[in-house]
Ligand binder design. Structure first.
Ligand code: FAD
Length: 399
C-alpha cells in the first residue's frame, strides 16, 4: 500500500484507516460503482483499532439496535475469510454480565440484555451463583448474585480485521494510501469539493470522516462540532502460571465484576488481557503516554486478585495504552453532517470494534442510497445533542 500515488480526483474519500474507514472503503468498493480513496496518515490500524481488545458480544441491555449491528457484524466476521479471502484471528469465548447482590441496577441491566438476546434468538443463559461457581471455579463470586452469559461471544484482533478490510477494498478497486494525512476539507457552495493532504489536493464529491480520536478536529474545519472526549485506557497482558493454564485451558470468561471499571479476556498465546474501561483521563491523541501508570497497574492487579485469586502469581508480559473516543451518552455518531457530501462515523466510545462491519455497511448505504435498511440509522444521528447535550444519557458506563 505505501507508495501508491495519490490520485487527483475521486468520487469518495475516506479519511482514516482504522476498522471503520477500512470497512467503509470495502463496502463502497464492493457494493457501488464509486471510485473510492482511503487516506491514512500513518498505517492501517495505527489508531484505536490496533489497541482494541476486540471483544465481540451481543449483550447491550435493552439497546436492541446494538445487538442487531453486533449480530450482523459477528456473522460477517465468521465469514470474513471465506468472503474476503483474508484470515483473521478469532476465538470463541463467552462474556458474562454479572448481577451484583443488592445491586438493582446491575441486575436489571444484565436481565434486560438477557431478554433482548432471547427474543432475538441469540444464545444467552442465566447462571445462578452456584452454577457460576461450578462453571468458573477460578473466579471468586463474592458479592455476585447471578450472571448472564452471552454464550456466543468471541474476540478477534483489530489489526487483522482493518488490514483485511483494506486489502479486500483494494481488491475491489479502491485506492488505499498510507502515510498521507488530510489537512483540510474544502467546501464550495455548501458542498464538499476536495481534500487537501500533505501530498496534494484531491478533488472529491464525498468525504467520510472516520478518523477516530482525530475526528473532532477535522470536522470542526467544516463547522461541525462533535462532542467527543478522548481518554487513555490502560491494558496489561498477564502470563498466567502453568498450573492455572493446565487447570483452566479456556483461562477466564470475558467480562469483569459489575461497576468496577475493568474487564478481562483470554489473550492469544495463553495470556490474560486486563484493561480499564472508561476509567481513563482525557488526553491529546497526538501526545499521550503509551505506558500504563504504576498506580493503575497496582490497582488492576489488586482488583484482579480479588476476582481471580490464582492469577495473583501471574507475571506481566505486556502493557500499553489506547484511546477511547467517547460521546456523552457513549452512543455512536453515524450521520451525514455539515456540508453536502460530508459523512462521519465516530464516537465509538470504547465499544466499536464488534460493530465494524455494520458501520462500514451503514456508511456505504448513507453515501450511496441516503438511507439503509440494516437498522434505524436515525438512532446514531448527531442532532440528538442539539436538544440535550447529554444525548440519550442513561446508564452510559454499562455499554
Ligand atoms: C484499549 C481499547 C480496547 C477496546 N476494546 C474493544 C472491545 O473489546 N470491543 C469493541 O467492540 N471495541 C473495543 N474498543 C473500541 C474500538 O477499538 C474502537 O471503537 C474502534 O477501533 C474505532 O475505530 P476507528 O476506525 O473509528 O478509529 P481508529 O482506529 O482510531 O482509526 C482512525 C484512523 O484515522 C487516522 N487519521 C486520523 N487523522 C487523519 C488524517 N487527518 N488523515 C488521514 N488519516 C487520519 C488515524 O491514523 C487512525 O488510523 C477498544 C478500544 C480501545 C482503545
Amino acid at each position: 500500500m505505501p507508495g501508491v500515488n495519490v490520485p487527483d480526483g475521486t468520487d469518495v474519500t475516506i479519511i482514516g484507516g482504522g476498522i471503520m474507514g477500512a470497512a467503509t472503503a470495502y463496502f463502497l468498493a464492493a457494493e457501488s460503482d464509486r471510485d473510492v480513496l482511503l487516506l491514512e496518515k500513518d498505517q492501517i490500524a495505527s489508531g484505536s483499532t490496533g489497541d482494541s481488545s476486540a471483544i465481540i458480544r451481543h449483550h447491550y441491555g435493552d439497546k436492541e439496535v446494538y445487538s442487531k449491528t453486533a449480530r450482523w457484524s459477528h456473522e460477517f466476521y465468521r465469514e470474513f475469510d471465506a468472503e474476503l479471502g483474508e484470515s483473521i484471528a478469532y476465538e470463541p469465548n463467552p462474556m458474562v454480565r454479572y448481577g451484583g447482590q443488592g445491586d438493582e441496577a446491575s441486575q436489571a441491566f444484565a436481565m434486560s440484555g438477557y431478554d433482548t438476546l432471547e427474543a432475538m434468538d441469540i444464545p444467552v443463559s442465566r447462571l445462578e451463583r452456584e452454577e457460576l461457581e461450578e462453571r468458573y471455579p477460578m473466579l471468586d463470586f463474592d458479592g455476585i448474585e447471578f450472571g448472564v452469559s452471552d454464550d456466543d461471544a468471541a474476540y478477534s484482533d483489530g489489526t487483522d480485521v482493518a488490514g483485511g478490510f483494506a486489502r479486500a477494498a483494494q481488491n475491489e478497486g479502491a485506492t488505499v494510501v498510507t502515510g498521507v494525512a488530510v489537512e483540510d476539507i474544502v467546501v464550495e457552495d455548501g458542498a464538499v469539493a476536495a481534500v487537501e493532504t500533505d501530498a496534494k489536493t484531491v478533488a472529491t464529491d464525498d468525504v467520510v470522516v472516520t478518523a477516530g480520536p482525530w475526528t473532532p478536529r477535522l470536522l470542526s474545519q467544516v463547522g461541525v462540532e462533535v462532542p467527543i472526549e478522548t481518554t487513555r485506557e490502560q491494558i496489561l497482558i498477564l502470563d498466567p502460571p502453568e498450573d492455572f493454564v493446565s487447570a483452566y485451558p479456556d483461562l477466564v470468561p470475558s467480562g469483569g465484576p459489575p461497576g468496577e471499571g475493568w474487564y478481562m479476556r483470554p489473550d492469544f498465546g495463553e495470556g490474560v488481557l486486563v484493561a480499564t474501561h472508561h476509567r481513563g483521563e482525557t488526553v491529546d491523541p497526538d501526545a499521550y503516554s503509551d505506558n500504563p501508570d504504576q498506580d493503575a497497574i497496582l490497582r488492576m492487579v489488586d482488583d484482579l486478585d480479588d476476582f481471580v485469586p490464582d492469577l495473583a502469581a501471574a507475571d506481566i508480559k505486556g502493557q500499553y495504552c489506547g484511546i477511547y473516543s467517547s460521546t456523552p451518552d457513549h452512543d455512536f455518531v453515524i450521520d451525514q453532517v455539515g456540508p453536502d457530501g460530508c459523512y462521519t462515523g465516530c464516537g465509538f466510545s470504547g465499544h466499536g470494534f464488534k460493530h465494524g462491519p455494520a458501520v462500514g455497511k451503514l456508511l456505504r448505504d448513507l453515501v450511496v442510497d441516503g438511507d439503509t435498511d440494516l437498522v434505524d440509522v436515525e438512532y446514531f444521528s448527531l442532532d440528538r445533542f442539539e436538544d440535550n447535550p447529554e444525548g440519550y444519557a442513561g446508564e452510559v458506563e454499562r455499554i
